[in-house]
Structure formats: structure tokens, C-alpha cells
Design a protein around this ligand. Sequence first.
Ligand SMILES: C[S@@+](CC[C@H](N)C(=O)[O-])C[C@H]1O[C@@H](n2cnc3c(N)ncnc32)[C@H](O)[C@@H]1O
Length: 324
Amino acid sequence: MHKKLAPKLDTQFKQEVYQGLTSYPKFLSSKYIYDKAGDALFQDIMNMPEYYLTNTEFSILETYKEQLAQYFFNNEKPFHLIEMGAGDGKKTKILLHHFTDKKLDFTFRPIDISQNALDSLQANLKDEIPELATEPMQGTYFETLKKLNFATDERKVILFLGSNIGNLLHDQAIEFLSKIQEYMQPNDLLFIGFDQKKHPQILLDAYNDTTGITARFNKNLLVRINRELEANFDMDSFMHWEVYDPESGTAKSYLVAQSPQQVHIEKLSLDVTFDAWETIHTEISQKYDDKTVHWLAEKSGLKVLETFSDAKNYYKNYLFTKSV
Ligand SMILES: C[S@@+](CC[C@H](N)C(=O)[O-])C[C@H]1O[C@@H](n2cnc3c(N)ncnc32)[C@H](O)[C@@H]1O
């Protein structure tokens, strides 16, 4: 009898795709959207008028860069500016320019799962701020953070911008923030962007633009599985769908199968069956208010030192330290 060989799940990508597509309901992690095409699509998203997140955080950093320099500066001692999920560093560059102009002694350490994003960021920084010391690290947040050990008098300032934290549900965010808190010394700082609750239509428009860029971004997950795992997803038979619950503040992205179908994934030795209108949940974009951010901080052993917001209170950046 012909026996089907068990698939070799020898990478985290294969394991997670296998797990997500053999579960019910199905899911995939949005972190795999970011390959070369996904990085470029995210840059297109940041340039969309509907995607207010980039401009609002940009304006906050521009307005408060001097105040932040004073917080981050460590009494003549060097500090490490670590950015988790740096992407193209578009907004971080405001701080990098300001801090180098002020001749602050620091090293910039961007972390990203996408090697492509890090390569273009590094090339770009070499060009724009040649005097900046940059040490990029490729990998997922914690696998990378674990490798960074510095002398205790060298302050670590950890940036987590773009409301990337919103990709986590609250219990995951508490686990995530607690891990960062354990990694921090009392002198270290954590600076995070949290997109705020606002008119639900503004939120829905940001994640479901009429030109279809967000849809292409979401579908890039399937394009990547097709290419890297030799699958045959038919892009036209899946649609992007966004929902927002104003009570919980959770926006969710889905890929929805518009007809019954079967997809073969050669490298996972897997056939995946979809009923009509079956979903793949791909992303969470959690929205916050002050009460929720303070609650998350308290649960994670952190305290809020200062809050910075844009003129419309669409978006806020919070500066945290360890609470004990
Ligand atoms: C939404 S983009 C934001 C980029 C930038 N922080 C900003 O605010 O514009 C998310 C970035 O985080 C990276 N990323 C997503 N999940 C990650 C993970 N688990 N570990 C490391 N990087 C991750 C992606 O590759 C991407 O560059």
C-alpha cells in the first residue's frame, strides 16, 4: 500500500502555515506578509491617505523629538536604541537625524523578521546619516532580543512603533510586554505607539482602501505560500474582508473563500479544503484608550512615564519604565 510521507516541517514558516490551515477556523500569521513584495506593499499602505497612522506618529515624533532626546540621553554614557519591527524606518529617521545632529552617543539596532527591510534600511541610512552606528539584526522580536546583552550602565531604549503591538490580543500583549519588562534594567526605557479608538468608519477605511492596496497586502500571504511552499491558491477566489468591533477596539482582517475549493501545498504534502465563505483570519489591529494602556502596563510590571499625542488624539506614543 502506498503510504503518504509525513511532511517535513523544518522551518517555523512551514509549521505555522500547516497549523493554521489545518485548524478550524483557519488562520495565518500576518508576520509572513513581509517579504520583498509585502514590504513594498506596506510602504504603499503608509502613503495612502486613509492610513492616518503613519502621519500621526510622524507628527508626534517631529513635535516631541527634543523632549525624547532628553529622556533617552544617558548622562554622557552611550545608549542603545533598539527598534523592534523597524520596517523602512521612515518615522524613526526623525529621531535618528535629531539625535545625531545633537551628537548623542548611541547605536541604532533595528530588528526585523524581513532581511529585505533591514538591507534597504541599512543602505538608506548609510546614505542619509553616514555617521550613524547601525547594527541590524534579522529575526523575530524575542529570539533577537535575547541575543542582545549590554553593560548595565548602557541604557537600552526600546522602540516599538507603528502600533505593531496592535497585532496582539490583550493577553498576548501582556505576555509580550512582560517579556520586555524582564529584559529591561531599571534605567531602561520603552517607547510604544498605540493607535487609539476613534470613529469606526475611519478605522475601516484605513484597513480596507478603495484602491485595493490593503487587499493585495493581505493576499501576499497566499502569494508567498504559493511561491515558497509550492501551493496553488487562486488569488481571485479569495477576498479581503475587514471588521471592527468598537466595544473591544479589535479590527480583524480575513481572507474569505468565495467558492468551495481545494488547495494543494506540495511542500507540506497537504490538501486544504475550503467551504464557500470559509475564512482565514490573518491579522488583528487592536485599538486602545488610556485606560487600556495603563491596565496593560500595570499587568506587565511597567509604568507610564509620559504620553505624547497628535492634535486629534488619533494616536498616542507612551514612554514606559519598569514599575519596580
Ligand atoms: C506594520 S510594519 C511597521 C514598520 C515600522 N515599525 C513602522 O512603524 O512603520 C511591521 C514591521 O514589523 C516586522 N515584523 C512583523 N512581525 C514581526 C516579528 N514577529 N518579529 C520581527 N519583526 C516583525 C515586519 O517585517 C515589518 O517590517
